[in-house]
Design a protein around this ligand. Structure first.
Ligand code: ADP
Ligand code: MG
Length: 253
């Protein structure tokens, strides 16, 4: 009998820092299906980035599990671990900081391929150009370094770097928070198009309800490390049941 596992599942995740004294996440659960976007909405300090680190396997949960199609990535080793790494990529808030200032865009985009063992320079170059096209930057950007680009352009390169390995999931931690409003909308629209073109799944973390609304199908409202409300966006934002969600909606108008 075959069991249909969700694409990504978080089961009762908990995590503390400093020897268990401060509980930063407790009992966080959700499911994400392929091709969908789950928004994680919460104010600063609510535990969003800690949750992101657990999902990326950069931090181990003290309780609970992360399962990708039923498999806990912390149990994978060697080739299997590397294959999982390829499937799951991330984009962080600070675009300049997530790119190596010494590297040209071309080297930055080629690096994940080299780490995965790619050697053929022509094939690498092709894949790098494809990723650059996908984020709507011209070939002229290949030789640029981060300090020669705007914040929006750097964030496009960071997205291209996430795309270059043709992942299934991209975890976006405050991906537009450092950009001004017009550029925010452009980058969010780009992310929408990429999702449709490539069938990507997204985890979209933001403190900004408008950003979540723009992109997410479902939303999970995180408050002090706990899920206070979750469900389809229309439902959560249309008929919020929790006073905290109502407060977030009122303050974002
Ligand atoms: P968010 O991304 O929602 O702003 P974080 O997950 O970054 O929240 O942080 C949640 C809480 O955990 C905060 O109170 C923060 O100070 C604390 N925290 C985060 N990282 C660490 C760490 N490495 N050591 C100790 N405390 C941490
Ligand atoms: Mg954060």
């Amino acid at each position: 009998m075959s069991v249909a596992w969700p694409f990504l599942e978080a089961r009762e995740l908990s995590r503390s820092y400093v020897r268990g004294r401060v509980r930063v996440l407790s009992g966080v659960s959700f499911r994400l299906e392929r091709g969908r976007t789950l928004g994680i909405l919460g104010e600063s300090g609510s535990g969003k980035s800690t949750l992101v680190r657990l999902l990326l396997g950069l931090l181990e949960p003290h309780a609970g599990k992360v399962l990708y199609e039923g498999v806990d990535p912390s149990e994978l080793r060697g080739r299997e671990r590397r294959a999982w790494r390829r499937r799951v990529q991330a984009v962080f808030q600070d675009p300049a900081g997530s790119l190596d200032p010494r590297l040209s865009v071309e080297s930055s985009l080629a690096e994940p391929l080299r780490v995965q063992g790619w050697r053929d320079r022509r094939v690498i170059r092709e894949r790098v150009e494809e990723a650059l096209d996908a984020v709507e930057l011209t070939r002229a950007y290949l030789s640029r370094r981060p300090h020669q680009m705007s914040g929006g352009e750097c964030q496009r390169v960071a997205i291209a770097r996430a795309l270059v390995l043709q992942p299934e999931l991209i975890v976006l931690d405050e991906p537009v928070s450092s950009l001004d409003l017009v550029v925010q909308a452009q980058v969010l629209n780009l992310l929408l198009r990429l999702q449709l073109d490539k069938g990507l799944s997204y985890i979209l973390v933001s403190h900004d309800l408008k950003v979540i609304r723009h992109l997410a199908h479902d939303v999970l409202v995180l408050r002090a490390g706990q899920v206070c409300e979750a469900g389809p966006c229309e439902q959560v934002f249309g008929q919020p049941t929790h006073p905290y969600t109502r407060l977030l909606i009122e303050t974002s108008l």
